[in-house]
Design a protein around this ligand. Sequence first.
Ligand code: ADP
Length: 369
Amino acid sequence: MAAIAEAEVRAALAGITDPRSGTDIIARNMVSGLVIKDRNVGFAIEIDPADGEAMEPVRQAAEAAVRALPGVSSVTAVLTAHNNAPAAQRAAPPQAAAPQEKRDLAPDVKWIVAVASGKGGVGKSTTAANLALALAGLGLDIGLLDADIYGPSMPRMLGIKGKPQPLPDKRIAPMENYGIKAMSIGFLVDEETPMIWRGPMVMGALEQMLRDVEWGALDILVVDMPPGTGDAQLTMAQRVPLAGAVIVSTPQDIALLDARKGLNMFKKVDVPVLGIVENMSTFVCPNCGHQTDIFGHGGARAEAERLGCDFLGEIPLEMAIRVTSDAGKPIVIDQPDSPYAAAYRAIAAAVVAKLTGEPARAAPQIIVD
Ligand code: ADP
């Protein structure tokens, strides 16, 4: 089936009128963070917070208009209210928050590290989960924040069921498994339920998951970013006190062009890029052990060199990596002695080395009974 084109989605949304101005929501520049993932579409409609409930019918109409497009199976539209300025005046991405304001978001976390990708489906979430678990295996206190609000996958990947518990002072306890703390919008809503968030959203949700979750003292909070480099991602990169970013890319040239966009996005907001990970790097035949470079191996390493950033390591295309994640026990935990777990541990060690400025040490093995 033909991929859903962004232009088609925008054209459909241009048929929706903003009741306040009488102009359509595309012309008013109210649509941001448009993400198309397979047959699923997500976007935010930026509104004046005062309009709140009055805009709910607009949100519903926008969802219905996109859902009517051929090939679309689910649509998630959220209302966001960043500030009081009319949306048209907010075409430029918001300014970075003041450093102190940023720090207040997660004061007891030493380093917040974003795992990002230029586009969806490159294995960003799989890398984020295994990286977090490998970092915990180094003896660090680790949290994993699933900021991929359009397709939260951490509840499934980490095999965590149930809902986070409310704490006094309107705070919530993070979920835990395999020795790491985790928070995801997926814990708050069913995975199958299309997510409908009213009121201040997208960035608001991320800020809440940072500020209102009792993370406690952490060495590293790994943030699984939403895919892509749109406004929503840029806002996150600006507003969250990131110590650095890891860019996940497949070796395909096209993906690498996307990876470059990710790199530039972090540069723009002065977040150091810790390096690039090449995912689905090579394919090792499970029958004969022959190694095949399906997507042309080594592209990310060469690209990293060209762009003057570090190459953190490569992860092969391996069925067990997918199967273990789908089963809720990522390969770093399920098969700690495998070369794949070792590859994630090497990347974890390289990330720590970049953060501390100390050379990478050999990572200890995690033994799970
Ligand atoms: P993204 O977060 O970039 O959208 P995911 O982490 O959800 O990507 O991965 C997309 C799919 O590819 C998932 O089914 C996942 O299990 C699979 N996958 C990711 N990395 C690998 C790998 N190295 N080998 C095999 N399958 C992988």
